[in-house]
Unconditional design. Structure first.
Length: 164
């Protein structure tokens, strides 16, 4: 029976280590010992040099999850890979993996009232606020921002803020 396990890896190098693991298993013709190798992430918009950039943000930096029948067999092939720190040999419970898979499949583009946001354009650039109303048809929102200790409502298009 296949179970999910945790692999601790070098933070920020998860994708490269995943590729190394897949390459090592393929090189040894044992890629079938792993059913799934997962790095849960979400899409996020960041501002770099004044431009919006879409980046993948890891939910669990420094960790990846592997589904397999025998973690000992997997460990024999991957423990020497640069960046693999350790393998937790206690399998995850079904509720734990369900929460992880839910994060992986969640649509992070959804906006909702009372959601915290960061303004990225306009006179309130770099302020944080809270969504008070949403107009999906016009792609606009009323955002509550605190300025000098007073709450101010401002109208912004969806492109002028990102989720915090």
């Amino acid at each position: 029976m296949k179970k999910w396990y945790v692999i601790k890896v070098a933070s920020g190098k998860e994708k490269k280590i995943k590729e190394s693991i897949e390459h090592e298993l393929q090189r040894n013709s044992v890629q079938n010992i792993i059913s799934n190798l997962l790095i849960p992430f979400r899409k996020e918009i960041q501002i770099r040099s004044g431009k919006k950039v879409h980046v993948d943000k890891n939910y669990f930096p420094g960790y990846m999850f592997v589904e397999c029948e025998s973690i000992n067999e997997v460990e024999a092939y991957i423990k020497h890979i640069n960046g693999v720190a350790s393998i937790l040999k206690q399998p995850l419970t079904q509720p734990e993996i369900d929460r992880i898979l839910e994060k992986e499949n969640k649509n992070d583009d959804e906006l909702f009232v009372n959601q915290k946001v960061k303004i990225i354009e306009g006179p309130f650039n770099s302020f944080s606020g809270t969504i008070k109303t949403l107009d999906m048809d016009k792609q606009k929102s009323k955002i509550s921002v605190t300025v000098f200790g007073r709450e101010v409502m401002i109208d912004l298009s969806f492109s002028q803020f990102v989720k915090e």
